[in-house]
Design a protein around this ligand. Structure first.
Ligand code: GRF
Length: 187
């Protein structure tokens, strides 16, 4: 099986990145993480790039022309698939169009509910009975695009934001690899 050269975009902790690195070591897993892009110099996720000797670059997305730098690197590493894993920046429409159906994102809610930030707080305030995570194709709208995989759990009365985050992230570590397998199964 020829693994797809994949770039993971991050901005922070990188726990999903770490999980994908582990999963992608399996010979039957469809992707190889060939590049990591971070728009945060201090992202903890960069440590995983160093530890597992995966090429990484920091891109300052506050400057003009940053998108060109992204494209140049995606080309250099022959990237054919992109995973957004806690990347806190809306990607350009040029990138979305270039990687149509080849760029996916993970979001900590049951989309289309609770798009955007501050998810867990809003879930609790809204007195939801269940929540979870969604892996979806990326389109030009914030947290838009068709869902690939969703994972759900029921909320306990005692659950606070931290507990919701923990439970959601544990599901994310199952959902992201599953979604990737699903994307390539359907090609
Ligand atoms: C995840 O909860 C993901 O759903 C959201 O950002 C968080 C990233 O966590 N988009 P990590 O950086 O993978 O630990």
């Amino acid at each position: 099986m020829v693994k797809k050269n994949t770039c993971v975009f991050i901005s922070g902790q990188g726990s999903n990145l770490k999980n994908l690195i582990y999963r992608s070591r399996d010979s039957s897993f469809p992707i190889k993480i060939s590049l990591i892009i971070s728009n945060n110099k201090k992202a903890k996720g960069i440590d995983y790039a160093k530890k597992y000797k995966i090429p990484y670059i920091y891109i300052d997305t506050r400057v003009r022309e940053y998108d060109n730098k992204i494209f140049l690197n995606l080309k250099k590493y022959k990237i054919s698939f992109i995973c957004l894993a806690g990347y806190m920046k809306i990607v350009s429409s040029k990138l979305v169009n270039h990687y149509k159906k080849k760029i996916i994102n993970i979001h900590p809610s049951l989309l289309p509910k609770f798009k955007g930030l501050d998810t867990f707080n809003r879930v609790l305030k809204n007195k939801e009975i269940k929540t979870g995570c969604t892996v979806h194709f990326v389109n030009e709208k914030l947290d838009g695009g068709n869902a690939i995989t969703k994972k759900i759990f029921f909320i306990n009365d005692s659950d606070d934001e931290q507990i919701l985050k923990k439970k959601t992230q544990n599901l994310e570590y199952k959902a992201f690899p599953e979604a990737i397998i699903k994307v390539f199964r359907n090609i």
